[in-house]
Unconditional design. Structure first.
Lengths: 228, 217
């Protein structure tokens, strides 16, 4: 994390006829949760950090790198941001094997100095036996583990997770949450985690940004924001 | 055969580009561009052939330029037959490719972006391979159409055996001469077989696309 503070700084404004998103927050936490009901704008924020969406105005800084700054006319395209994105429904490439999926990100970032070790990632996520298979043959939990591995292999500055557990049953959720904890602690990649589930926030997040109707309504650790 | 192959292959990159533009980009006059590209499908082929003659004929404004620049003539040569076949088959190819582009989940392309792939790599590593079955369907249909092209070809480049003769124009020739019936029948059967194979192949490929999409619902 290179001691660059803050790790994540976001200020964005987006006006639409039916919805205004106006948020500003900072975080140095290993796992920051964007917590709020559906439609509150938390996924939009995540997409703005990834560069998939462009705010009307605002500034987004990750680990000292300015990714978006509308005043300075800076907008780094998604493929140059080095953000790992874990989508709700995995979004694995159907025409590639698991192994090819995982290496997809690595290949484009192969010049990076600190790449994460493939073996360790495969090991932690327990996907060694799946490498030759196609995504169509995987279960939901397996797909998510592969999606995590793929995002990690692109050696991201930050991992963005958009309700990564929403499509899973309770047993799988608990299992993947355990893996997310290990990623957070063992690979030292900061994570921004979007969810509307209280139990996920309590278990994973060291800092919670609570969002409602496009505005930040509370910031703090899980106990501060959610109560004991 | 050569005529249809060249016509299809030359048309393919153009169709890819046009299909991608129509599937992904929004631009003014899109409906009109779409309409013009599909015109050969509904126009009488003779009209298409006549316009080809006007533009690509030796006195046509494009035909002259191309002859001066590359030394290629179209009129009454196999190259012209290939051009006519390509133009006639083009809408079929365009349609199939466009539909397969539109069927691709754009979030996969976004995923590729967050993994560090720039838009060109994304196109070649994600979009194109996923659209491949649809592209093959388009190529097969275009090829089959090109093999059977008659009206535009005969108007543009006439019916010269070994140079601009296509299967239907050969059949037509045989029916015009006494004793040519058996030859005409033989060629007709061949062309039915080709059409059947093309349709079955494209249907099989289509089902495979459907299956692929269904799995990722």
């Amino acid at each position: 994390m290179k001691g660059l503070k803050p790790l994540l700084s976001v200020r964005t404004l987006q006006k639409r006829p039916d919805f205004t998103l106006d948020v500003a927050f900072e975080s140095d936490s290993a796992l920051t949760a964007l917590f709020g009901p559906s439609g509150s704008g938390k996924s939009t924020i995540l997409n703005m950090i990834a560069g998939i969406l462009r705010p009307d105005s605002g500034r987004i800084v990750v680990a000292g790198n300015v990714l978006t700054d509308t005043d300075a006319r800076i907008f780094i395209p998604p493929h140059k941001r080095r953000v790992g994105f874990v989508f709700q429904d995995a979004q694995l490439f159907p025409h590639l094997t698991v192994q090819q999926n995982i290496k997809f990100g690595q290949w484009f970032n192969r010049s990076e100095k600190h790449t994460l070790p493939l073996d360790a990632i495969v090991d932690v996520l327990g996907i060694g036996a799946l490498l030759k298979r196609r995504p169509a043959t995987l279960s939901g939990g397996e797909r998510h583990r592969v999606a995590l591995a793929r995002a990690l292999m692109s050696s991201p500055r930050i991992l963005l997770m958009d309700e990564p557990l929403a499509a899973l049953d309770d047993a799988r959720r608990s299992e993947i949450m355990g893996l997310i904890e290990r990623i957070r602690d063992e690979f030292a990649v900061p994570i921004v985690y979007v969810t509307h589930r209280v139990d996920e926030v309590r278990r994973l997040a060291s800092r919670v940004i609570r969002i409602n109707a496009g505005h930040v309504v509370a910031v703090g650790d899980a106990a501060d924001v959610l109560g004991p | 055969m050569r005529v249809a192959t060249v016509g299809t292959l030359v048309g393919l990159p153009v169709a890819l580009l046009a299909a991608y533009a129509l599937a992904r980009w929004r631009f003014p006059g899109k409906i009109i561009v779409d309409g013009i590209l599909h015109l050969p499908l509904v126009l009488p082929p003779v009209v298409t052939g006549y316009f080809l003659l006007l533009t690509f004929g030796r006195q046509g404004f494009l035909g002259k330029e191309i002859y001066d620049l590359f030394g290629i003539t179209f009129s009454f040569r196999w190259t012209g037959a290939a051009l006519a076949c390509g133009v006639m088959g083009f809408p079929l190819m365009l349609r199939a490719i466009r539909l397969s582009f539109e069927a691709i989940d754009r979030r996969l392309e976004k995923a590729a972006g967050t993994l560090g792939a720039n838009p060109y790599w994304t196109f070649f590593l994600v979009t194109l391979p996923l659209a491949l079955p649809g592209i093959l369907v388009g190529v097969i249909l275009c090829f089959a159409k090109a093999l059977g092209e008659f009206g535009a070809t005969i108007t543009f480049v006439s019916n010269i055996p070994g140079e601009t003769q296509t299967i239907p124009s050969a059949i037509y020739t045989y029916t015009q001469v006494p004793g040519g019936e058996s030859q005409a029948l033989r060629l007709s059967l061949i062309s039915i077989a080709i059409a059947m194979v093309a349709l079955i192949l494209s249907e099989v490929l289509n089902r495979r696309i459907q299956k692929r999409i269904a799995v990722f619902e």
